[in-house]
Ligand binder design. Structure first.
Ligand SMILES: O=P(O)(O)OC[C@H]1O[C@](O)(CO)[C@@H](O)[C@@H]1O
Length: 548
């Protein structure tokens, strides 16, 4: 049986939270620190790789404990069990959601689909990934002219691109000699720009598409195949293509040798598939052992999530914090600010993972929800973002809870740079918390020799109210393992929020309409008839056609 439908607003914990919110909404975070002397310890969780400090939030012990009650009342414990066991919790597509089984190294795992355990299939594929990545990395996989592979091109979009792309970037420090490229956009300039400096003799393409029907991926794959055929013959193509798909027939039809097709299962959602063969580009880029470490990191977070009590459970706590701001403070977005350039693609990866999952306005009974669901996720690495959008975070009118992610050690080991980076990391959360009082501004301006009149004129602009909430996630070092933990933490956050919001997190019907209309417009280009469109679209289509 899939997840039970429970309207969160009818739960007693929700009602309790409403009343606590009314009592506490004007208490600042700094006042919470004064009222709760042990707040730092009580609002932090230390896990194997991370110290998660959530004390800088507009949350008291009382509201936190009511939030935990909300999780309990929502049936989260049972839902977690169903998620890991393989119940069809993706009810509208009648599928299990078992990406966690891809990183479960316990032979006795009970994860199963339709009564069949998935461990063996997962393990066999993992071996196939190992063999493939090793042959690319040790040079035994040869291209049509007998040369070893130097470049791997991942062709995919959405979940078949964002996760692997983000991880390959994030683990740049651990790269082998294989260079990895990602082609996703149907924009011909993207694919042609990506291959323009590549040598077809030494390039290997991975066509990653769960459905093998995605317009962007198939068109890009065809364009790249034509590029190969300018240099070699059809019978050599199999040396340059592998596919990852749940649709083996279609991949065969494209001309990919059966041996080079890796399975994707319908119980792994595209946006959670980087742990599967969709992560082949990762295994090629960083070597299989590092890919396995990534999986082990995720497995460690899975263990923590399943066993820690809710008040000490990192994914549960960060999910509850998100709900508190979205549904009680009406915050619309949340920012992800990693203080490492390696994680520059984390926010865009999380945008799909989170917004495609929890961007739903209908609950599990098919009714429109009466409360806020998925937040807008965005962000960029610090310190760059400090010089871009932090002004709005400090002094703007929006409430933006933010996750600050940093690591104690740098990878290249330059201590001076790392101290500079991390000084900024700590300073920003402190500044967001404390702001700058009129008193401080006045003192500062007096020291600069300003007159009283000048001080009064400048004061309103220079005061920061502070009280801006942040979670600090402080890791030991960015490694395959810690990255695996971090990604799994966010995956489980998304799951917890979906359970409490009583929505189906694992379908994505909302992206279909645009795809259908794009296909219809392609037909209209042939007939040159546009009047059945709305007036604005018809005018734009005509203007486009006239330029041809
Ligand atoms: O792997 P596929 O089937 O090509 O799909 C790509 C992406 O398209 C979507 O279905 C919709 O954007 C995503 O969920 C998915 O990750």
């Amino acid at each position: 049986m899939a997840l039970a439908a429970i309207n969160p607003t009818e739960l007693s914990a929700w009602k309790k939270l409403l009343s606590i919110f009314e009592q506490e909404k004007d208490i600042s975070i700094l006042e919470h620190f004064k009222n709760e002397p042990n707040r730092t310890e009580e609002f932090s969780i230390q896990s194997e790789e991370f110290l998660v400090d959530f004390s800088k939030h507009r949350i008291s012990k009382k509201s936190l404990s009511a939030l935990v009650e909300l999780a309990e009342e929502s049936g989260l414990q049972k839902a977690i069990q169903q998620y890991f066991e393989g119940t069809s919790i993706n009810a509208t597509e009648e599928r299990a959601v078992l990406h966690t089984a891809l990183r479960n190294f316990d032979k006795n795992s009970s994860a199963s689909v339709d009564g069949e355990k998935v461990y063996d299939a997962v393990n066999q594929t993992l071996h196939k990934i190992e063999k493939f990545a090793n042959s690319v990395n040790n040079g035994s996989w040869k291209g049509y002219s007998g040369k070893a592979i130097t470049d791997v091109v991942n062709i995919g979009i959405g979940g078949s691109d964002l996760g692997p792309n983000m991880v390959v970037d994030a683990l740049g420090f651990y790269h082998t000699h294989i260079k990895t490229h990602f082609v996703s956009n149907v924009d011909g300039d993207h694919v042609l720009e990506s291959i323009k400096h590549l040598n077809p003799e030494t390039t290997l393409c991975l066509v990653v598409s769960k459905s093998f029907t995605t317009q962007e991926t198939l068109n890009n794959a065809n364009t790249i195949r034509s590029w190969f055929l300018e240099h070699t013959t059809q019978d050599q193509i199999e040396k340059h293509f592998a596919a990852v798909s749940a649709n083996v027939d279609k991949a065969n039809e494209f001309g990919i040798a059966s041996d080079n097709i890796f399975p994707m299962w319908d119980w792994v959602g595209g946006r959670f598939s980087l742990w599967s063969a969709a992560g082949l580009s990762i295994a090629c880029a960083v070597g299989f052992n590092n890919f396995k470490e990534l999986l082990k990191g995720a497995e460690a977070m899975d263990q923590h999530f399943q066993t820690a009590s809710f008040d000490e459970n990192i994914p549960v706590i960060i999910a509850l914090i998100g709900i508190w701001y979205a549904d009680f403070y009406d915050a619309e977005s949340e920012a992800i600010i990693p203080y490492t350039q390696y994680l520059q693609k984390l926010a865009s990866y999380l945008q799909q993972a989170s917004m495609e999952s929890n961007g739903k306005g209908v609950d599990r009974s098919g009714n429109n929800v009466t409360y806020q669901t998925g937040s807008i996720v965005w962000g960029e690495p610090g310190t760059n973002s400090q010089h871009a959008f932090f002004q709005l975070m400090h002094q703007g009118t929006k409430l933006i809870p933010a996750d600050f992610i940093g690591f104690k050690k740098s990878l290249h080991g330059n201590k001076r740079h790392h101290d500079l980076l991390m000084a900024n990391f700590f300073a920003q959360t402190e500044a967001l918390l404390k702001g700058k009082s009129a008193e401080n501004v006045t003192d500062e301006l007096k020291k600069q020799g300003k007159t009283d009149a000048q001080i009064q004129a400048l004061l309103p602009f220079k005061v920061f109210e502070g009280n801006r909430p942040t979670t600090t996630i402080l890791g030991e070092k960015l490694s395959p393992k810690s990255l695996g933990m971090l990604i799994a933490m966010y995956e489980h956050k998304i799951f917890v929020q979906g359970v409490i919001w009583n929505i189906f997190s694992y379908d994505q019907w909302g992206v279909e309409l645009g795809k259908q209309l794009a296909n219809a417009i392609l037909d209209d280009f042939k007939t040159n008839k546009f009047n059945h469109h709305d007036a604005s679209t018809a005018q734009l289509l005509k203007a486009y056609q006239e330029s041809k």
